[in-house]
Structure formats: C-alpha cells, structure tokens
Design a protein around this ligand. Structure first.
Ligand code: IMP
Length: 193
C-alpha cells in the first residue's frame, strides 16, 4: 500500500516511517513534486487536517493523510489551539508564541493544558480521523532546549520535566503526535493484512 503524507516536515516523516510496517510506503509532498501552498483556513484541528488531506486527494487522486496540532490551554478557553503556529502574529517565532502564552497566564493558578493532534486519512475516497492527546501543565517559565514549539513550557502529567528536557524517543512515546500516529498505524494494519 502507498500513502501520501501531506507534509515536508522531516521529523514528522521520520516518526511515521519508524512505526509503520515496511509494506506501507509513505511519500512526502516533495516525493510527488507538490510545491503548492496547501490551504489551512479551517477553525478546528479536524477541519484543517481534512482540508489538507482533501487538497492532495482531489489533485493527485491518491490515498493520503494530513495532520494538524494545537496546544489547548484550559484557562485560555482552548487557545492557542488551531492558531498555535502563529499565535503571536505573522512572522513570529517559537519564543514569541511562548512569551505571549506566559504573559497571558501571568498570575493564573489553573495551568492545565493539552497538546492535541488530529490526523485525517482519505482512503479510497472515505474519510477517517485519528486523535492523539497528552495532558499536562504550562510552567511559569521555560525549561529545556530540546524539541520545538511550546516544548519548553509544557510539562506532561506524571513527569517532572518539560518536553524540551526529554530525549526525542521519550517524548514521541507519550506525545500527542506519537499517539495519533500509532492509532493510524493500528488502523492501517487491520486493512493491510
Ligand atoms: P503543526 O500542525 O504540527 O504544524 O503544529 C502547529 C504548531 O503547534 C507548531 O507550529 C508548534 O508551535 C505547535 N506544536 C505542534 N507540535 C508540537 C510539539 O510537539 N511540541 C511543541 N509545540 C508543538
């Protein structure tokens, strides 16, 4: 079986390929020479993942999947959520986004947050959604240097360190993305035996 993963992010590709069995071949956007700017204009993670997967499926008529991730903070009514990538505005970097969150949460006692990833798979024209979630809390300051995004301010429940203080393997085992990928992989195994 062959599937297009609507991404060019090498970390995501590596993660997916490392848990998929060898009889499922994954192609990236680069592999299919797709250089289009894929729209992500929905206001939910599910909507964005489906929008990206449909864009590829409609154009290339090949089975494919896409993902979308957000950090959902309870005391901020779920923000930054679907707007996680550009929370501090166009052209912002990871530090800008973390600083905005830390400022908005200044003095707040409820620090509960979750990372959530939604994968949308389109297989022979049919849609499937897979969700992975990890609960945790937002610290009052950044800790650690590994990883990316909001990793230095997110401490997963049951741990005494942030995602940015974990080895990649350790993070992938418990992360939102790792869990959603595992669900996709389990599903693919059932139909590809
Ligand atoms: P994407 O949908 O995977 O591109 O993620 C959107 C945004 O969420 C990224 O730009 C990051 O800011 C944030 N994000 C996604 N996954 C992670 C993660 O594992 N750790 C920290 N931040 C993340």
């Amino acid at each position: 079986m062959q599937l297009i993963f609507a991404t060019n992010n090498p970390h995501k590709l590596f993660e997916v390929k490392s848990i998929l069995s060898s009889n499922i071949k994954i192609l990236s956007l680069k592999d299919i020479n797709c250089t289009d700017e894929i729209p992500e204009t929905a206001d939910t993670l599910e909507g964005n993942a489906l929008q990206k997967a449909h864009f590829i499926y409609d154009r290339y008529k090949q089975n494919c999947f896409a993902d979308d991730t957000g950090l959902e903070i309870e005391a901020l009514n779920g923000r930054p959520g679907v707007y996680s990538a550009r929370y501090a505005g166009e052209g912002c970097n990871f530090d800008d986004n973390m600083n905005k969150v830390l400022n908005e949460m200044n003095g707040m006692l409820n620090r509960k947050a979750s990372f959530r990833t939604v994968i949308a798979l389109i297989l022979n024209g049919k849609e499937y959604l897979f969700e992975g979630k990890v609960d945790g809390e937002i610290l009052k300051e950044k800790k650690g240097i590994v990883g990316f995004g909001y990793d230095p301010i997110f401490q997963p429940a049951g741990f005494n360190k942030t995602f940015a203080e974990m080895a990649t393997d350790e993070k992938n085992r418990i992360s939102h993305r790792g869990r959603s990928i595992q669900k996709l992989v389990d599903f693919l195994k059932t139909i590809n035996q």
